[in-house]
Design a protein around this ligand. Structure first.
Ligand SMILES: *Cc1c(COP(=O)(O)O)cnc(C)c1O
Length: 409
């Protein structure tokens, strides 16, 4: 039996409790969507205002040097590296996750001549599937999709690259990074992990797991703000042998030499293309600075404990209302969100949002709840479940429009 007292006790013992004050959430809002758009860190507005007023307004073009704007992609990348078990010079921040996927998939295919297939998961995040398809069409490779359980069997000797999302966006199912990476290497294939729902939420050790390539979002658990740029990881051993398929000037060894011939930068910088979006980049840096003293092992344990608590509370309080757990029950097999299937999931999520409990809906029938370890506590989860029970008891979801869905769900 769990109740509010149990939640309060868990909050009192939570070593991450002090992080909560580093974020600005509207009063009364229980924010269960930090896996889609992270909350606003308390320092971000001032940082961006300073960048606009002083660095841009007064510094003008001089700020590329005086405020080291030019180093931001590598500097911010190094701050992400710490969170994912990478070296500082293996990560840069640039572009969107979709664009980075494209750059790394094409680079990997070209680094494995003589092999012609990409393997990925059926039901992967759509952009991963669409970009892999585009890259396959461009290079003449074949895209093979298979369910997660059969991925390892699908890695044959003709596979150049395996592209997988570590934590599934819908179900939060977590794949075994080390085991699948080893299986890919055993067949001579490279692997690219999408860490969009992993970075900042669970403990990662890309180098211990011998990962080749990775990408991930800046605006989810890294709290970089809407449309914050993405990061990409290229293991040091691969950097000299992989070329960015979009050879822009920022990836050149010496952009300000202004020469006609493209010579890639020596390291991971070669995967930069154009001028970085500085304001967004500095917003992401502010989000990362908030996490600079976080121990990712503690973060992962809290993510898992919150998931266990939330599942138990929903099943205890809302049993009999037709919710089915769509996430793995075992916390070791799960990321930092919990999803439930329900035929009226869209209306239920809308009714919750009306009550200031913000989750989201993923078609066709998933209600998804992000359990961000930095600014959520167990009592918040308990309150959210009480409100969910009330939405079912009073059937308030019935008055939500089912015919007109917002463009963003
Ligand atoms: C959120 C997410 C993305 C987003 O890609 P963008 O290019 O930033 O829109 C990509 N992949 C996965 C797995 C995601 O969860």
């Amino acid at each position: 039996m769990i109740d509010r007292t149990a939640a309060v006790r868990l909050d009192a013992a939570d070593p991450l409790r002090p992080f909560r004050d580093r974020f600005r959430l509207p009063p009364g809002c229980i924010y269960l969507d930090g896996n889609s758009l992270g909350a606003l860190p308390a320092t971000t507005s001032a940082r961006i205002t300073r960048a606009v007023e002083e660095e841009w307004g007064r510094g003008l073009i001089r700020s590329w040097n005086d405020h080291d704007w030019i180093a931001a992609p590598a500097r911010v990348g190094a701050k992400i590296a710490r969170l994912i078990g990478a070296k500082a010079d293996e990560v840069v921040v640039a572009d969107s996750t979709s664009a980075n996927l494209f750059k790394l998939i094409v680079a990997a295919l070209r680094a494995r001549p003589g092999r012609s297939a990409i393997v990925t998961e059926t039901g992967n995040f759509p952009t991963d599937l669409y970009v892999a398809r585009s890259a396959a069409e461009l290079t003449g490779a074949e895209l093979r999709t298979t369910c997660a359980q059969h991925v390892i069997d699908a890695i044959s000797e003709d596979v150049a690259l395996v592209v997988l999302t570590h934590i599934h966006y819908k179900t939060a199912a977590r794949l075994d990074m080390r085991r699948i990476t080893r299986a890919a290497h055993a067949k001579g294939a490279l692997i690219l992990w999408d860490l969009s729902h992993s970075a900042g939420a669970v403990a990662l050790d890309l180098n211990a797991d011998e990962v080749d390539l990775a990408v991930g979002c800046g605006y989810k658990y890294l709290n970089g703000g809407p449309g914050a740029p993405s990061f990409l990881f290229v293991a040091e051993r691969h950097q000299p042998h992989m070329r960015c398929p979009v050879g822009g000037w920022m990836g050149h060894r010496d952009p300000f030499a202004f020469v006609d011939e493209y010579v890639p930068a020596a390291g991971v910088d070669r995967f930069l293309c154009g001028t970085p979006p500085l304001l967004s980049m500095l917003g992401l840096e502010a989000g990362l600075d908030v996490l600079s003293d976080a121990d990712m092992g503690i973060v992962e344990r809290k993510s898992q404990a919150m998931g266990d608590f939330f599942i138990a509370a929903v099943e205890q309080e809302c049993g009999g209302f037709g919710l089915t757990l769509a996430s793995p029950r075992a916390s070791s097999a799960r990321g930092s969100h919990v999803s439930f299937g329900h035929p009226e999931a869209y209306s239920i999520v809308q009714a919750l949002i009306r009550r200031n409990v913000i989750g989201d809906f993923r078609a066709p029938d998933i209600a998804r709840f992000g359990l961000t370890p930095f600014y959520l506590g167990f009592e918040d989860l308990w309150k959210a479940v009480e409100i969910l029970r009330d939405v079912f008891d009073k059937e308030t979801w019935r008055s939500e429009s089912r015919s007109t869905r917002a463009r963003v769900t």
